[in-house]
Ligand binder design. Structure first.
Ligand code: NAD
Length: 351
């Protein structure tokens, strides 16, 4: 089996669902259930013995050591993190505690676990650390996209904490030989994304007739990847990546934020007619807002044969439809109702 951290969050839940749709290999899902963790994302797995949910913190080394001893996973896929840049500007401490200290504690326990393995089991073990393109900093308009050897120049407390965690993962490979892999991915979008991030925020606000806040001039450029493509890339890295290597993951799809907002308004207008464009409202820019991220994802294609399946047009259509069809999910998230889910549905595993 495999151990996934942060599997009740946006990417983690998509990863667990896709994994179990394609394989019978069980998943232990360790998640602290912060505001971003939502077990309703995994409601379709209720009663499925292949999914073992453990309510816990990656900082809790004793709990993780017990889990590793009990379940003997062949790999750890580390997604647990504080992930929202705006929150990191207002309250950076949680980012340091989870993304840096928590990753260190998880790595350290993983190292002792791996060292005690023998032969084939030790050779096959993998620690996959899921990170972001934001660690590379900001690019000028015409600069070449980030490759894996681009210097780290993080600019926000979020990206600085992820950069630190990447460096710790790298050090555990180089110093102790722990078979780690790092992935640096661009902005994800898709089902189950908490409506504080750009794409779900715009969809959800538009549907309730609220303003669509666009930072600064809206010309910040990001590369966008459909979340299921990110999940397939992580699976591929686990399966065939070389320990010690870093793989950039991207969608070959750079767009300014304002263009994303217009695309969402057009799609909503088609699927749920109303004049959404008039809700766009420019607001004061985020401090230190990076202008452009762009990912050169040629290495993962060349070495591991991975390319995204969705284009932005197909992925964003699926995403807008998902939010239209799951307005109850959005209402639960907004009201905080989703927090009660664990009490009524997962009592037996909640530790
Ligand atoms: N969302 C993106 O666009 C994107 C892009 C590239 C990389 N990433 C990385 O992918 C990972 C997942 O991102 P996401 O968007 O799904 O984040 P998310 O905020 O939606 O989910 C994070 C999950 O981690 C859990 N968690 C937080 N602190 C924890 C702790 N101390 N112990 C155990 N669990 C904890 C939360 O409860 C939540 O379920 C993060 O590491 C993030 O940096 C995200």
């Amino acid at each position: 089996m495999i151990l996934v951290t942060g599997g009740a969050g946006f990417i983690g839940a998509n990863f667990v669902l896709d994994w179990l749709a394609q394989s019978d290999e069980p998943v232990i899902n360790l998640d602290k259930l912060t505001y971003a963790g939502n077990l309703q994302n995994l409601a379709s797995l209720e009663g499925d013995s292949r999914h073992i949910f453990i309510h816990g913190d990656i900082n809790d080394q004793q709990k993780i050591a017990t889990l590793l001893k009990q379940y003997h996973p062949r790999a750890i896929i580390h997604l647990a993190a504080e992930s929202h840049v705006d929150r990191s500007i207002h309250e950076p401490e949680a980012f340091i505690q989870t993304n840096i200290v928590g990753t260190f504690r998880l790595l350290d326990i993983a190292y002792y676990y791996w060292k005690e393995q023998e032969g084939e089991a030790q050779q096959a073990f993998r620690f996959v650390h899921v990170s972001t393109d934001e660690v590379y900093g900001s690019l000028c308009k015409d600069a070449p996209a980030f490759t894996e050897t681009h210097p780290y120049q993080p600019n926000s407390p979020y990206s600085a904490s992820k950069a630190s965690s990447d460096q710790l993962v790298r050090a555990y490979h180089h110093t102790y030989g722990l078979p780690t892999l790092i992935t640096n991915c661009s902005n994800n979008y898709g089902a189950f994304q908490f409506p504080e991030k750009l794409i779900p925020l715009m969809i959800v606000n538009a549907l309730s007739g609220k303003p669509l806040p666009v930072y600064g001039d809206g010309q910040q450029i990001r590369d966008w990847l459909y979340v299921k493509d990110h999940c397939s890339a992580i699976r591929r890295v686990l399966q065939a990546g070389i320990p010690g290597e870093t793989y950039n993951i991207g969608g070959w799809n750079e767009k300014p934020n304002i263009e994303i907002v217009h695309i969402i308004c057009d799609l909503l207008n088609e699927l749920h007619p109303a004049d959404y464009h008039k809700l766009i409202k420019y607001v004061t820019d985020r401090p230190g807002h990076d202008r452009r991220y762009a990912i050169d994802a040629r290495k993962i294609e060349r070495d591991l044969g991975w390319r995204p399946v969705e284009t932005f047009e197909t992925g964003i259509r699926k995403t807008v439809k998902w939010y239209l069809d799951h307005q109850d999910w959005v209402a639960n998230v907004h009201s905080g109702e989703y927090r009660k889910w664990i009490e009524s549905h997962y009592q037996e595993h909640a530790g």
